[in-house]
Design a protein around this ligand. Structure first.
Ligand SMILES: NC(=O)c1ccc[n+]([C@@H]2O[C@H](COP(=O)([O-])OP(=O)(O)OC[C@H]3O[C@@H](n4cnc5c(N)ncnc54)[C@H](OP(=O)(O)O)[C@@H]3O)[C@@H](O)[C@H]2O)c1
Length: 279
């Protein structure tokens, strides 16, 4: 990965941080997108200590509003003339409904809309650096999800798990739809399940630590599939697939429905336009 530039969102903790470690160890320059500059700097220092000579750059960005994600797109373009790999990893789970300054439900906004804006905004840079790769950290939780087009923001009824599974299904649908829209062999896009990983998202949000521990793998283990998708030569030209344990896997039936994917794309771009341009 020497000479390659990789961007990882949510790079200060959990799977994202270990993905940044792995890519830095392979010699890539890693742009670490972190919400909080203090936590980002602490992670940067820790990675630099673990990987001597690591080429790391910190970018502070909160991905909860479309305007902030668009500002991140501009900042990345200002800092680099090429981008070889984009790993969209940042994500949240909220047991209670929260909203962003845009007035959107936070899980939907951070887990789905932010990658939608970031990836589509950076496509020019990725295409200019072809062959390049987009890696979307989704989840096997998507098998339990459905896209509720009549209540996307969970205004009528909220459940943390429901909102999370919907957002992870949206990740897989987005990756599939983008792969369909991109010319073959230029920019590839794949999504993945990292495993059940002992991170703050899982242990503070979804399952109490005492119940989760026997089933969890470490963040370093959880980072193996994103690192594989970002770097393996076996995957040259492979696009629109879903992976777990560094192996291809069949996603859910809804995740492979092109009509649902196209509809979600349209709804998402309309929402972004409303939020960023006041249309
Ligand atoms: N853990 C699992 O078992 C599991 C299983 C399947 C899929 N996943 C997926 O893996 C990804 C990483 O999760 P994780 O388990 O590693 O959790 P984590 O340790 O909680 O890390 C989440 C990362 O996302 C960042 N983030 C959250 N909200 C953000 C925002 N508004 N703007 C910018 N960054 C934000 C966090 O920043 P802060 O540190 O500042 O909060 C953190 O860096 C998520 O997409 C998750 O859905 C996890």
């Amino acid at each position: 990965m020497r000479g390659k530039i990789c961007l990882v969102t949510g790079a200060n903790a959990g799977i994202g941080m270990e993905t940044a470690v792995g890519l830095a160890a392979l010699g890539a320059r890693v742009m670490m997108v972190c919400r909080h500059s203090g936590r980002g700097e602490a992670a940067r220092r820790e990675i630099a200590a673990r990987i001597p000579g690591a080429d790391l750059e910190l970018i502070q960005a909160d991905l909860s509003t479309s305007a902030a994600v668009e500002a991140l797109v501009d900042e990345v373009a200002r800092r680099t003339g090429r981008l070889d790999v984009l790993v969209s990893n940042a994500g949240v789970f909220h047991a209670r409904r929260r909203t962003t300054p845009d007035g959107l439900e936070t899980t939907f906004a951070v887990n789905h809309l932010a990658p939608f804006v970031l990836v589509t905004g950076l496509l020019g840079l990725l295409r200019g650096s072809r062959p390049s790769r987009i890696v979307i950290v989704a989840s096997d939780a998507h098998y339990r999800g459905t896209i509720r087009f009549d209540d996307l923001q969970s205004e009528r009824r909220y459940g943390g798990w429901k909102a999370y599974t919907q957002s992870k299904l949206a990740n897989v649908l987005f990756a599939q739809e983008l792969a369909r829209r991109l010319p073959a062999g230029e920019v590839t896009v794949n999504s993945l399940h990292p495993g059940v990983v002992g991170t703050k998202l899982l242990l503070r949000g979804i399952v109490p630590p005492r119940l989760a521990r026997p089933w969890t793998i470490t963040p370093k283990q959880g980072a193996q599939t994103p690192i594989y998708l970002a770097s393996s030569q076996d995957l040259e030209g492979v696009s629109g697939r879903y992976f777990a344990d560094c192996r291809e896997k069949e996603p859910s039936e809804e995740a492979t429905n092109p009509e649902v994917a196209a509809r979600l794309w349209d709804v998402s771009s309309r929402l972004v336009q409303e939020k960023t341009r006041g249309a």
